[in-house]
Design a protein around this ligand. Sequence first.
Ligand code: GCW
Length: 691
Amino acid sequence: VHPAWLPPEAFRALGSRRTVVQGTGLLVETVRQEVADAAARYGGSLRQPTTGADEPTEPDDLVLALTTGATVPAGAAAVLAELAAQTGQLGADGFALARRAGVTVVLADAAPGLLYGLFEVVRRGEAAFGAGFPVERHRPAMRLRMLNHWDNVTVDPVMGQVERGYSGGSIFWRDGALTPELSRVRAYGRLLAASGVNAVTVNNVNVHAVEARLLTDRLGDVAAIADELRPYGIRVHLSITFAAPVTLGGLPTADPLDEHVRAWWAKTTRQVYDTIPDFGGFVVKADSEGQPGPFGYGRSHADGANVLAEAVAPFGGAVHWRAFVYNHRQDWRDRSTDRARAAYDHFAPLDGQFRDNVILQVKYGPIDFQVREPISPVIAAMPATRLAVELQVTQEYTGQQRHVCYLGPLWSEVLGFGPWGADGPSVADVAAGRTADVAGPPVGGGGLAAVSSVGDDPFWTGHPLAQANLYAFGRFAWNPRLDPLAILDEWIDLTFVPTATGDPDRLRRTLHAIMDDSWRTYERYTAPLGVGFMVRPGHHYGPDVDGYEYTPWGTYHFADRDGVGVDRTRATGTGFTGQYPAPWSQVYESLDQCPDELLLFFHHVPYGHVLHSGSTVIQHIYDTHFAGVEQVTESRRRWAEIVDLVDPAVAARVGERLDEQVRSATEWRDQLNTYFFRKSGVPDAHGRRIH
Ligand code: GCW
């Protein structure tokens, strides 16, 4: 299995030093083991801590210590003194890092912080042991940093084992049972911890019959996974079906207000915590795409979420209730229904009705993980509810890990976006719970969640370069303000540079050239100007402009001979723009002010409409599609120039996927350009070949 961003070489700087680790407990032992392994490989040492008097004759290079001990090793004393007033304020996951008088010091109030501090030292490599630097305090912005696996225990004949999975089978489940390869689960936990993730769900949000039983008679399997992930500070969560009281409990109803249903959830949950004391909680997809939910009993989603929240509350658990609820059986002739409106219409009226251990998990956009969407208006509409923002690391709509598409810049834009304008709180602030300056009582944030891209593929993510997205997710959940290109640099330096043969600068430069702008490149050759979809129905790979146009799924572009786009204005359209607060309700409503990249999401315009860029819509479509393919072709060429610097297996896999990306992008270009040329009759201003 590929080591991803933790090749042994990434531990060289740390492993060649003298280190002491002070503290006790499971995660401190993990830190010790990491240091011991690295030291054994690179000639350093791990010293056992002693008490005050017999400090070592040779000073330590690195001290990792908990602030809660009676003393800290000598080298850390000055740093501890400086921190003094702030000890106890680093939080469970936070740490302080400094280098002074030739000693690098990591101090944490609790063991998880020590582990994150260790991985920060790894990330910095030699720089952690170079020039001194003053005390830095590190705390994650999000308390919950969660990956959702859409893994099934059994293999679905249509979807395969992992729904929207592009990396082989599940790393948790095999042949209907728990995987025999638990070491792989542990290695996964280690990678996640090194990126900052602290929670995982082990099964699909679409909960099928076998998977439902993970809650009850198959709970032992979940416990076994939890045992592997626990040493890396990762708590396990389960996706459950709302119908469980009926399907598993044999009750006549799953009505959340029924006393027997409440009692069943309470009893069942107690058993879960008896087996897995640090169990994180439930993730629920209800009344969505055929999953059962409270609507079936005439109850609200607050009723539904609260009965589960009540069951996990005594144990400190949380319920992640997804806001992805819409009518997937819409009549395409019905112009009054707008899928973009659905989450807000369902959930905004419920603000304030959820128990405080309910986290409403909202996809970042109002539709479905498209390459370009405005942010979901739900994010700005529920000040009295804990919200988590959901991203999609698995590239369902962004090339399915056959295309290079580094999503860091997309996520950075989403997280940094100010729903109340540039000066107000950002999307990340809402997820982190820092919305006190917005009307309503301040509530804790729900954190960041994302659909995992990992499978049992030797490269974890199918496309080796797609590992960068997984890494970036954890880093953003820790600090949403990080520069996406700096994250990419970290990932390159951890993953590739230590094992590169030859010129690491050339490797770094070329990977940046291929990846930096790859999200926008993908946007260029696929659906234009925020209109979305245009993918093949079902598997969602490759172009099919009208594939969803006359289906019940609510994802339409309305192209005709005169123009294209969805009128979501209040004036003449579905009124969706009214779900945003100012200034966006106005900006999006206005044809003049609406940003180009979202124009067709909000407006239906003629092909000759002139964008802010100065181009017409039709010419923009032609230009971006030609440019997108050129960029992909260029990336293919660049990769060929650096294959000598990387592992041959990686070189071969990436090369083969880039070939497919060139083919697929060309297909997208030709279908899109031809489609719009035939609809509009407007020729390309530059006379390029359109079929
Ligand atoms: O993007 C859509 C996917 C479904 C998925 C759903 C969801 C798990 O096509 O496969 O179901 O979103 O987020 O629930």
